[in-house]
Design a protein around this ligand. Structure first.
Ligand code: SF4
Length: 436
């Protein structure tokens, strides 16, 4: 079966319900099957939201439904230049100048799908700020560095970071479908053939290293974005890792299910299923990302038995507000994604306009913990500069100590006593080193 929506139906669907023709059939974006006009590949049941459809009709009118829903079409048609941005967005003078001036690491690139979620005329909209450069990107402040986490220092072989004894970070590619302006790895992503060249021979050296180190039980595959690799290459890498008997646990870190959701094809999920236990950490930023397409991409992954966790970077003026983070966490739970980490933004060069005071993260955690489902609370962490690893931060619920009683406060500020005979937690140290 090959169903294709007509442009007229799409235009009808883009109207508010009150303005639709009396005779139009209520728009049902899925389930349907679309066939790619070039490859012939069929995509079943993938939604095409009204917002994205209206954007496609306006800016990529030549693209059939099957093209838009083909992840390779999305990659081929990424918005990468000032001229392409200008064709779509009403750019501010600051954005225009920053895009024109940009050079060196961290290219600009946005999939048409993800661009469809951005405001066309408001440079302050969250998702737009995370992907379209501004002049602040060129301001370097004290404490910032190109490699703030010291990953290069901990590289056992090129592309393999071995910092903790039992686990490694496998940088499988330098390519991403979209480039986040606050990327911790902005020094290496998007520069094929540059200083950080990713190649098959590099993979082999990394695999040899893992095979030779029996203490490595956990491999996190990241990059760049590993889900931009072809099915064949990903299957090969996962298969090679699975063949190493001491590797118990494989994780993939990715933003693809959010910015390129149509990449989660039945053939990809079939591959992932072959290599269990396989976990996935998905990079989410804002509730605006929780579209019907993302509902489908996460459902496909969850149905393939992949446990899903989220990672969110706290960004000033984008999501540093409980009124934004709470609906995001709730939306993730509804999509079977466990909120996992909330990150303080790393001090990457040119990121000061994104960084929040540490107190903001603590306030947000305090606004979640106890006020909503426990599963909705991620762990707030600072990735310690210089390679210290993730350090969890939590609001302080210990008020003090009264003899054998530990005094605690709950989420509403009420004080409670817990009998902790002989304990020292909550006691204050006096100048002579004794505990009060
Ligand atoms: S998707 Fe991840 S690796 Fe790629 S630019 Fe964004 S933060 Fe960096």
């Amino acid at each position: 079966m090959h169903l294709k929506y007509s442009r007229q139906a799409a235009r009808e669907a883009a109207k508010p319900p009150s303005r639709r023709s009396k005779h139009s059939v209520d728009f049902q974006p899925f389930p349907h099957i679309v066939t790619n006009s070039v490859s012939g590949e069929q995509t079943t049941g993938f939604p095409f939201s009204e917002r994205s459809r209206a954007f496609r009709d306006r800016f990529f009118a030549q693209a059939a439904d099957a093209d838009w829903l083909d992840w390779r079409w999305q990659l081929r048609n990424r918005i990468k230049s000032l001229a392409e941005l200008d064709r779509i967005f009403e750019l501010s003078a600051d954005e225009r100048q920053a895009v024109a001036q940009r050079s060196g690491a961290l290219p600009m690139g946005v999939t048409p799908y993800y661009a469809s979620l951005m405001s066309l005329d408001d440079p302050s909209q969250g998702l737009r700020r995370t992907h379209i450069p501004v002049g602040d990107e060129f301001v370097k402040t004290p404490g910032e560095a190109d490699d703030p986490l010291g990953e290069d220092h901990d590289a056992a072989v090129p592309g393999l970071v071995h910092r903790y004894p039992d686990r490694v970070l496998f940088l499988a590619t330098g390519f991403c479908s979209t480039y986040c302006r606050y990327c911790t790895r902005s020094r290496m992503v998007g520069e094929p053939g540059g200083e950080y060249e990713f190649s098959r021979s590099q993979w082999e050296r990394a695999l040899e290293y893992i095979a030779a180190h029996a203490e490595i039980r956990d491999v996190l595959i990241s990059g760049g974005d590993p889900l931009t690799l072809s099915d064949e290459r990903l299957d090969y890498l996962l298969g090679r890792l699975r063949a190493i008997s001491h590797v118990e646990f494989i994780r993939i870190g990715t933003k693809v299910p959010v910015v390129l959701p149509m990449r989660i094809t039945p053939s990809l999920t079939a591959i992932l299923k072959k290599h269990h236990p396989l976990w996935m950490s998905i990079h989410f930023t804002h509730p605006d990302e929780l579209t019907p397409e993302v509902t489908e991409s996460t459902a496909r992954l969850a149905d393939a038995g992949v446990p899903l966790g989220s990672q969110t970077v706290l960004l000033k003026g984008v999501n540093d507000d409980i009124a934004i983070i709470k609906p995001l966490m709730h939306g993730l739970l509804k999509r079977r994604v466990k909120p996992y980490y909330l990150y303080q933004c790393d001090p990457i060069t040119g990121s000061s306009h994104f960084r929040t005071p540490v107190a903001s993260g603590l306030e947000i955690i305090e606004g979640l913990r106890g006020h909503t489902t426990g599963y909705a609370s991620p762990t707030f962490v600072i990735d310690a500069p210089g390679g210290g690893g993730k350090i969890p931060l939590s609001p302080d619920y210990i008020v003090g100590r009264d003899g054998d009683d530990l005094i605690l406060r709950n989420y509403e500020g009420g004080e409670y006593r817990y009998s902790d005979a002989g304990g020292t937690v909550g006691a204050f140290q006096t100048v002579d080193g004794k505990l009060s």
